[in-house]
Each structure stands twice: as C-alpha cells, then as structure tokens.
Design a binder for this molecule. Structure first.
Ligand code: NAD
Length: 348
C-alpha cells in the first residue's frame, strides 16, 4: 500500500527506458487516472530523453539508487533486458517500492522466486507486467467462457508470432542467451501461457515442445526462432501455442481461439502491445462479432491503473505472484527442453 493512506495517486518510476517503456509503459502511466510518472533510470541518456520530452517534471538518472530515492516514488515499472530484472526488483523491494516487472520474470525460476521473496520480505507488492490480461477483448472472452457461451471448453489454440531479424534493435539482447535467457519461445510464450491460465481458469500442466532453428542465422543453441507447444490442463483442455521470430509481419500472426462443445471464440490481433482487434463468437446460430467496451484503450493503461488502484487499497489486482511463478516454472522447464534436445534444424 502507498503511504500515507488516503492518497489518490501512485508515484511511478521506470527502470529501463527502451521500446516497451517509451511506447507503452510511460504513455500508460501518463494517461492513467491514478498515477504520475516521476522518474526514469537508464544508463542511456538519449533513451530517457525520448520519454521525458518536454515534461520537466520527470527526473532522469543513471543510478538506480537515485531513482529509488525520488520523493513520492511508490512503484517501479521494470523494463530492462531480462537478466537485469532480478537485481532491480530486489533493490526496489529493499527500498520499499512496489514492482511491476516485465515478462519473462527472470532468466530462471530461482531468480524469479528470489524476486518474489524479496518483495514479500519487504512487504511490498510484486506483479508481472502481463498487460494482455487487461486487454478488454481477453477479459470479455474470459467472461463469455465463464458464462458458458461455448459450453465445456475442449481446446485453446494460440498463434503469437513476429519477425525479429539479427539487427532488430541497436543492441539486440534478445538473441544473446546471457541477457535474454532464450529465444522466441522464452520471449513470446509467457503471454500465451498466462492467457491460457486466465481464460481457462486453470494452468497448463502437461506440455511438450519443439523448437526450431529455421530462418535466422542467429538461431542456434538455446536461441530458437520458432517453437510449437502442445499442452493440457488438469481438467483435460488441450492447448497449442505457436510462437515465432520468423514470421513476416504482413502475415496474420496474432490469433487466439477457444473451442467448446457449443461454440468457438476467435480473437484476431488482440495479442500484442496495441489496443484493438476483434472477438467473434461462432455457434450453431452462425458467427457474430462481439462488441467489446473499451477495445480502443491500451492494455498497458488498464494494467497500471489496476496495479495503482490495488496499491491505493481500492480493489484487488486479481493476479498473485504465485501464479506468475507457476508460469515461470513451466516456461523455464520448456526452455531447457528446447536447449537440451536438438531443435528442428535445416535452413532452406
Ligand atoms: N509486454 C510486452 O508486450 C513486451 C514487449 C516488449 C518487451 N517486453 C519486455 O520488456 C523488457 C524490455 O524490452 P524492450 O524491448 O523495451 O528492450 P529495449 O532494448 O528496447 O530497452 C531496454 C532498455 O534497458 C536499458 N538498460 C540496459 N541496461 C540497463 C541497466 N543496467 N539499468 C537500467 N536500464 C538498462 C537500455 O539502455 C534500454 O533503454 C524485456 O524484459 C522484454 O521482454 C515486453
């Protein structure tokens, strides 16, 4: 909780000011009804300048301790490369700050557990920034499933793919195992695994995985450029998840389907960082698009508002760190299986 009690705004800092912070997290905090962006931390002054813009109220620092010392700072949004999540979360927790940390939580399960333990020990709130939980179409789909719109669910199918070339960013840490922790699977699958759990109301527990080294020269060892998962929940729902760095972005590549005994929900272009997309219900009466309230609103904004409301004591956040650790455990286990077994080889 923020102190003193009775405040109506959470003071935010951001650690790591690259793509996700600049284009999504910072705008979300700025347009949120209950948050204020107070300070940034990044060794790259230009990265911070791109977020600060003309906003003289936001402080920039290249020292984490200085960020954590900013008066009124309640929460830190962690958006650094993955290997830095643990030390930053631990430092923020030790300073009594709440943390919203980007996915994947950390490089491995032990680090992720240590992060949650540090927050618990300090009495601060930890959450993983699974923004897609807050996409209105995903929330509408979850509500329709709970209301029985498709009957008993039999299967969930997800495609979440993009193109990441070797020079995708100036410092492409995503293809460096020491900083990323894995390739396309480790980067993209967390969203699908988390959404499966949210939509089905139970996690995936049995899973098989194949990774591939297919199109990109950087794809080798633990860095796959595509992976396909088949899995099941304890109650018997089957799931498939195809993630890839080797999918041209002009192709249809963000799709989520939930099939049941009486119908199917199809969500197109809802997964990802941006608002929008569509939700269609197919059943015996035919197919119809479901109007989703707030579909044009950024899921990042809804996420930071929900987290801040929780810190202000107004409502539960709805997602516990234990669930994130379960997802991390499955993610790390499958990542290790890709690394241990020869991935599907053969570049055309
Ligand atoms: N939720 C999503 O949809 C989504 C999308 C993209 C990225 N992400 C996650 O967000 C995180 C950041 O990804 P990105 O694409 O923005 O990366 P990026 O490379 O664009 O930005 C990373 C930033 O971290 C900074 N940085 C490097 N070392 C640092 C240090 N020691 N202390 C503080 N900052 C440091 C870099 O200077 C850079 O500005 C990753 O964990 C990634 O998996 C999530």
């Amino acid at each position: 909780m923020v102190s003193p009690p009775g405040r109506d705004t959470v003071g935010w800092g951001i650690a790591g000011c690259g793509w996700v912070a600049r284009d999504y997290a910072a705008p979300a905090i700025r347009e949120s009804s209950n948050g204020r962006l107070l300070a940034l931390f990044d060794p790259d002054a230009d990265a911070m300048a791109r977020i600060v813009g003309k906003d003289g109220a936001v402080r920039s620092t290249a020292a984490l301790a200085a960020l954590l010392d900013v008066p009124g700072l309640d929460a830190v949004y962690v958006a650094t490369p993955n290997h830095l999540h643990r030390p930053i979360v631990e430092a923020a927790a030790a300073a009594g700050k709440a943390v919203l940390c980007e996915k994947p939580m950390a490089l491995d399960l032990a680090d992720a557990r240590a992060m949650v333990a540090a927050c618990n020990h300090a009495g601060t709130r930890y959450a993983t920034a699974f923004d897609q939980r807050f996409h209105p179409a995903h929330q509408a789909a979850a509500a329709l499933i709970r209301a029985g719109a498709v009957g008993r669910v039999t299967a969930l199918r997800i495609v979440y793919a993009c193109w990441v070339g070797a020079t995708w960013s100036a410092d492409n840490w995503r293809i460096d195992p020491a900083r990323a922790g894995g390739g396309a699977f480790f980067d993209l699958a967390p969203h699908g695994l988390d959404l499966a759990s949210m939509l089905l109301g139970e996690p995936l527990v049995r899973a098989e995985i194949l990774g591939q080294h297919r199109l990109h020269d950087y794809a080798r060892g633990p860095i796959d450029d595509g992976a396909m998962l088949v899995a099941a929940t304890a109650s018997g729902v089957l799931a498939s998840l195809h993630v890839a760095y080797n999918c041209p972005e002009f192709l249809p590549r963000r799709r989520l389907e939930i099939m049941g005994e009486r119908g199917q929900l199809t969500l197109a272009d809802t997964m990802g960082q941006t608002p929008g997309g569509s939700l269609v219900l197919h059943d015996a009466a035919g197919a119809r698009e479901i109007a989703v309230a707030g579909i044009g609103r950024s899921p990042f904004t809804a996420q930071v508002e929900a987290f801040a409301d929780h810190l202000l004591g107004r409502r539960p956040f709805g997602f516990e760190p234990g669930q994130d650790l379960e997802t991390m455990q499955l993610l790390a286990t499958l990542r290790d299986r890709i690394a241990d077994r020869p991935p599907v080889q053969g570049r055309a």
